[in-house]
Write a protein that binds this ligand. Structure first.
Ligand code: NAP
Ligand code: MG
Length: 487
């Protein structure tokens, strides 16, 4: 593989503006899924370290270093962090690709733009959060204050490690909260590097903390900690449910961004070449390890055979490659467990009666790496497991439908409700179907587009609360009603 650059430094915890070891001295390995090689060792946060980070965040909040700073000054720091991310883009993108196995094309050109974009976009909001003057009675002066929550714990998954730092830390900090981030143990490196850049930007100590470690230890400690006001979690539905139960003990506020099984609906009257590109990118982007992946492709019966054949042909051309090669568009899955789970689902699909028309196997490079071929399962029934469960890999389930009503019924007949896609040239149909879909996002004649200014989040079991956009600031602030007696 073309990894000839400098070795990666060991990762540390970032607590109170310093890079430190774990109190226990424990470390864990982070590996490159494409080569199976060790990238570096990372300090492993235990309960004591999480407590230290939370207390630092609490002191930075209660002592006022951050919330009492002029919003314009906070904005400048957030903006500077966005600039520093862009200035160090090559290094951070490489860390992300080594750690996660995703193509460098994605980390360098998509993820970097999003994470820097979040710090730039939300820096603008720092000075624009306002309460209201409410004229309820001439005898009183009544108004509301929009205030930060306090300490926000952010628990993030391995599929978009740096993007999730931007999605969660940028709005939380813009609103005047302090943060403690628990990255996924598989992919801790980019969050650590961004926290180092926050120190370089001049954030006060304790405002931006990172505690890499295991979910069952560091994550659990963050959720239980009485000094944490809110948990913003992105990850699996199972862990999300567990966090919800645990957080009840301390009545923490929650944002949960959970799994998906998103329908991408292609009508016969669509621009079929565009739909073909959108369907392919909708599932194979990010190796399909994407919460919003268009993993159920619903195709109108009149074009079903032809469309499926073209899709299979396209998928067969998407050969997995060295993630560090700029030409690669399909990387390695996160680890062996995930690869085996994905391969198991392909087997299940075939046993359930689906027709394997592309891929279906592991595709190691030089005998190594957790690469799986771009896989298409045709003739899938919406009741099959491969149509109902999140596979989280490069596996597309293609399901035929009769008409718009049938498409909507099938699209909604699933536990999740994260995203969806509609491909048609009929404007009326595009909008009526969009309204009928029970999903937090609908993309019409496009798929997998994100912007810091557009809210993203789930309906149904895909969670609640929103990341991004002005909407998410509601979730990182609270309202205080103030009454003054004028008589
Ligand atoms: P996961 O297993 O739920 O892990 C997510 C994070 O939670 C990791 O940091 C994990 O730590 C931590 N965690 C595990 N157990 C915990 C516990 N008991 N208490 C507190 N934290 C705990 O999910 P994943 O496999 O990393 O990510 C894939 C899932 O994320 C998919 O279901 C995907 O759909 C979802 N996702 C959703 C969105 C969205 O916006 N809706 C975006 C991306 C991904 P470890 O590092 O130890 O595992
Ligand atoms: Mg790794």
């Amino acid at each position: 593989m073309s990894d000839t650059l400098a070795p990666v430094r060991p990762g540390k915890l970032i607590i109170n503006g310093e890079a430190v070891d774990a109190a226990s001295g424990a470390t864990f390995e982070t590996r490159n899924p494409a080569t199976e090689e060790l990238i570096t060792n990372v300090a492993e946060a235990g309960v004591e370290d999480v407590d230290r980070a939370v207390r630092a965040a609490r002191a930075a909040f209660d002592g006022g270093a951050w919330p009492k700073m002029k919003p314009g000054d906070r904005a400048r720091l957030l903006h500077k962090l966005g600039d520093l991310i862009l200035a160090n883009a090559d290094e951070i993108a490489r860390l992300e690709t080594l750690d996660n196995g995703k193509p460098i094309f994605e980390s360098r050109h998509v993820d970097i733009a999003m994470v820097a974009g979040c710090f730039h976009y939300f820096s603008g909001w720092a000075s624009k959060l306002t309460g209201e003057t409410n004229s309820v009675n001439p005898a009183f002066f009544t108004y509301t204050l929009r205030e930060p929550l306090g300490v926000v714990g952010a628990i993030i998954p391995w599929n978009f490690p740096m993007i999730m730092v931007g999605w969660k830390a940028a709005p939380a900090l813009a609103a005047g909260n302090t943060v403690v981030i628990k990255p996924a143990a598989e992919t801790p490196l980019s969050a650590i590097r961004i926290a180092e850049l926050a120190i370089e930007a001049g954030f006060p100590p304790g405002v931006f903390n990172v505690v890499p470690g295991r979910g069952s230890v560091a994550g659990e400690a963050l959720v239980k900690h009485p000094m944490v006001d809110k948990i913003s979690f992105t990850g699996s539905t199972e862990v999300g449910k567990h966090i919800m139960r645990t957080a009840a003990d301390t009545v923490k506020k929650l944002t949960l961004e959970l799994g998906g099984k998103s329908p991408n609906i292609v009508f016969a009257d669509a621009d079929l070449d565009a739909a073909l590109r959108g369907a392919t990118m909708g599932i194979f982007y990010g190796k399909g390890e994407v919460c919003a992946a268009g993993s159920r492709l619903l195709v109108e019966k009149s074009i079903y055979e032809e469309f499926t054949a073209k899709l299979a042909e396209r998928a067969r051309k998407m050969v997995p490659g060295d993630p560090l090669d700029p030409k690669t568009r399909l990387g390695a899955l996160i680890n062996e467990k995930q690869m085996n789970s994905v391969l198991g689902y392909i087997e299940t699909g075939v046993k359930e009666g689906a027709r394997l028309v592309a891929g279906g196997a592991r595709a190691p490079i030089n005998g190594k790496g957790t690469f799986v071929q771009a896989t298409v399962l045709a003739d899938v029934d919406n009741k099959m497991r491969v149509a109902q469960e999140e596979i989280f890999g490069p596996v597309l389930a293609v399901i035929p439908f009769d008409d718009a009503a049938d498409a909507v019924a099938k699209a909604n007949d699933v536990f999740f409700g994260l995203a969806s896609g509609v491909w048609t040239k009929d404007v009326k149909k595009a909008h009526t179907v969009s309204r009928a879909l029970r999903a937090g996002t609908v993309w019409i004649n496009m798929y997998n587009f994100f912007d810091p200014g557009m809210p993203f989040g789930g309906y149904k079991a895909s969670g609640f609360g929103r990341d991004l956009g002005a909407a998410c600031l509601q979730d990182y602030t609270q309202l205080k009603s103030v009454w003054l007696n004028l008589e």
